[in-house]
Design a protein around this ligand. Sequence first.
Ligand code: FMN
Length: 544
Amino acid sequence: MTESDGASTSQKIIRYHEETKHHYDRYARSAGHMDWDNQPNPFRFYENTSALGLPFLQNDPPARFTDLFRRNHNPPRELKLDDIAGFLELSLGLSAWKAAGASRWSLRINPSSGNLHPTEAHLIVPGANGLEGGVYHYNPLLHALEQRAVVSETVREDLTTHFGGPGFMIGFSSIFWRESWKYGERAFRYCNHDVGHALAAVSFAANLFGWKVTYLSGLSDQDMQTMLGFDKIRFQALEEEHPELMGWVNPRTSPDIPRSLSPTIISAFTQIAFKGDPNSLSRQPVNWEIIYQAAKLTRKTKTAAPPRQPAQSYELRQDNIDRAAAEIIRQRRSATAFDRKGSVTREQFLSILDKTLPRPDCAPFDAELGEPLLHLLLFVHRVEGLSPGLYFLIRNPKALDPVKRLTRSNFEWESIEENFPLFRLETGDFRQQAMMVSCHQDIAGDSAFSLGMIAAFKDPVTSNPFVYRQLFWESGMIGQVLYLAAEAHGVRGTGIGCFFDEAVHDILGLKDNQYQSLYHFTIGKPIDDPRLTTHPPYYHLKDR
Ligand SMILES: Cc1cc2nc3c(=O)[nH]c(=O)nc-3n(C[C@H](O)[C@H](O)[C@H](O)COP(=O)(O)O)c2cc1C
């Protein structure tokens, strides 16, 4: 892929997608080994800023599992420092430390491919009880806010007036090198998955405090670059933070909020002095050029109309799970092996899938990324009361006809339950195939079920290349829902970024790139690794 060839931007990003496919006989290009001495630090520090150590939650919010999704049981809390700290602790903070022999590594509430954590988070706070108005970087290692800028009173008032009440902005950025260090050219995909996981994680945590995160779909990448002061920061080459998305977090009592900001407010940020020196992350970053090209090709420009989701007519299924939502958030982990005899019941299976359906007033999809474009191809291995086989969950009713038309003509499309968009395509034992297409990873075949997320691809990406990133965000959000729903049902999930793209398309009979598989996932009864010891998330800060 070169900058100078005559192909259009959309053709070029589709070429990136093609070039970073894994095939049975050839993986996407990467270093092929782990250069441990050069591994990027997963923690960014803005040195020479004042770091405000955040309080830890003394009591978790009382919300139950279903209150992660539905909103009416979580009374909106006033914006104050303790609760903003709690919101960060339950979305992007550390969840544990693991140790094996002399090695020790941290895990976080939000998962990340390879545990490399390319996503950074920043807050723009107009002012909250106990927190000065400013631009802050969230440092999850210290559970601290590093203050990078003070925001003038005029800007603070303008922001609050613009959004019709109190709230704050959360912005995500990606440091591509953290991910390309291990995954090479495919890493751009993984960074975007991770953004989606982080967006769902903040959407869920906000809900526990009675707040809602709304994606500010109107902003351009340049707007975010300006507001987060990245233009004014000297990053080490290849360790820059690339703006991804911003959301407005506010108590739900506020009316419908705008999805953009006025040029006056954005340009006011050009006048703000930013401080802080980003730490150097590794000895010698390597330039995986195709990734920076992909970022350029998918740059977001300003957009006017806020996207609206189609109304979803399926009622949220009621579960009899009386467990605290925060406990489920804290215990989320990726399974590394499954018990081959483990199963889930049909009701558990349907309940887990149900949470992935977008609904107008349910977290996390009411953050409103745009029209839902992803669906689930399910490999059912051991679901009690359901025959093993291939199934398909349609997340947006508009897709049913085109997906039927583009996939194998002998698929049954048998509805599994009234008022639920799940269909059986074919019965059979797909354990071996699921494992093989997932880069031969046993976890895809040993689970109760695994799945591929199938996205409408060619048309949306051709009409707007930025949507390429958004598709991966949507897949990460679905992944986060699956992780938490699995934990709630006493099983465990794992995201799977490594799969053989075309082998999955062959199973469906897809002949072109109208639809593409973007992310896989697997859920089953986990087997813990007895060699690992676990420590509490902030035991290294025990004096605080
Ligand atoms: C986008 C994404 C892709 C992943 N791909 C794989 C994979 O192919 N195989 C695997 O075993 N784990 C995979 N994982 C799981 C990560 O390795 C795991 O999230 C990370 O080690 C952190 O551990 P935790 O999820 O327990 O916090 C993936 C996770 C994400 C978010």
